[in-house]
Design a protein around this ligand. Structure first.
Ligand SMILES: [Zn+2]
Length: 388
């Protein structure tokens, strides 16, 4: 009975110790693994959120750029309208000056004509007075008072001249009068018309200048918005890089990095976009393409470029579904825009093992594999590793 009890106690103690040891070791490994996985997941989530923010900001930036361009075009249109109006006003001003000179000259001419008219009118009035005063005198009397034929002819010529002259004088006086009136009226009309046009154009310029001021204020506001958006974008990209380096810190640096990598998309060898600097098609902002794009067909296999351990298998708005494989020695490879992921964090993979399928998730315009090689988290040109 005693023996049995003792045996039982020993068994219980041993079991407890065993369970305790097991639990403790499980707990330890859980803690160690869970801690790292949790950190990676948290950081990946943070990165994902940042990528979403970057995407939103880029969209805002795109819309702002489009809006800004629209406003700038409007401003340019208004400026050219103002220029055209200014040219019209300048030529009108020149025309006004010319017309004013013409008016001055015409007024001078009118004054001279007026004097001429007044003089001729005075002569004409005297002739009328003479004819009235010598009303009984007729041309025949004048002729018969001739002393001889020569005198007769002289008198005859004289009388004809006087008669012609009277008619001519009258015609001249009337013509002069009419001409003077016409000239005065014409000048007045021209003056009035020019003044009206001048006023109209001045009003137009004032309107255009006001519109231009409004537009300029709007454009400067938009530029300000754009600058703050750029600042936000830069800050978030910096943060994203920092998190990427944290992920890199969590990968193992032990072992030796592979010197050569397998081609990760066996269905295609076509590189649609190389590694290196390129200009964003919308924002025109210079950025670096952190990997190579392989134009593989949708749904075809994506293979591990070398053996290693999966340290990231997630989705974010930029990379879409993507996987990072740690190859040891500080080297990792990244596979983005997958339509499907076939591996999870912690999986050990062999070279050539299927990681997922080609797709177009995230910031992608068509099915392709975005493939990156990273050394200690920092992207590098994959070409030498791939033998291209
Ligand atoms: Zn790419």
């Amino acid at each position: 009975m005693h023996k049995f009890r003792k045996k039982r106690v020993v068994l219980i103690v041993t079991s407890a110790a065993l369970i305790g040891a097991l639990s403790f070791s499980t707990l330890l490994s859980d803690f160690a693994l869970g801690d790292d996985t949790q950190k990676i997941n948290d950081l990946t989530k943070q990165q994902q959120n940042l990528q979403n923010q970057i995407k939103d900001t880029k969209n805002d930036l795109k819309n702002t750029t489009i809006e800004k361009n629209k406003q700038l075009n409007q401003l340019n249109q208004i400026n050219s309208n103002i220029d055209a109006a200014q040219n019209t006003i300048d030529s009108l001003a020149a025309s006004i000056t010319e017309t004013e000179n013409n008016i001055a000259a015409a007024e001078n001419e009118i004054a001279n004509k007026q004097r001429d008219y007044d003089g001729r009118m005075a002569i004409f009035c005297n002739r009328l007075k003479e004819m009235y005063e010598y009303g009984d005198m007729n041309y025949v009397d004048v002729l018969f008072q001739s002393s001889d034929f020569s005198d007769f002819l002289t008198r005859f010529e004289y009388l004809r001249y006087v008669a012609d002259n009277d008619n001519k004088l009258l015609e001249e006086v009337v013509a002069l009068r009419t001409s003077l009136e016409e000239q005065k009226n014409s000048l007045e009309t021209q003056k009035t018309s020019l003044e009206a046009q001048k006023k109209q154009h001045e009003e137009k310029v004032a309107q255009l200048e006001l519109a231009s001021q409004e537009k300029e204020a709007l454009v400067s506001q938009i530029k300000e918005d754009e600058n703050s958006l750029y600042a936000m974008l830069d800050a978030m990209e910096e943060e994203s890089d920092r998190i990427a380096s944290n992920i890199a810190a969590l990968q193992t640096s032990s072992g030796t990095a592979p010197a050569a990598l397998m081609w990760p998309a066996p269905s295609s060898r076509y590189i649609t976009s190389p590694y290196g600097p390129r200009t964003h098609p919308i924002t025109k902002k210079q950025s670096i393409h952190t990997g190579i794009d392989i134009g593989a067909k949708y749904g075809t296999n994506i293979l591990a470029a070398a053996s290693g351990k999966v340290i990231v298998s997630t989705y974010n708005s930029s990379y879409g579904n993507y996987v990072v494989v740690d190859h040891g020695g500080g080297m990792s490879t990244l596979y983005a825009h997958m339509s499907k992921r076939s591996v999870g964090v912690g999986d050990n993979v062999s070279a050539g093992q299927v990681l997922g399928l080609v797709g177009s998730t995230g910031m992608s315009t068509g099915a392709h594999l975005h493939f990156e090689v990273r050394i200690n988290g920092k992207h590098t040109k994959p070409n030498p590793y791939l033998g291209i």
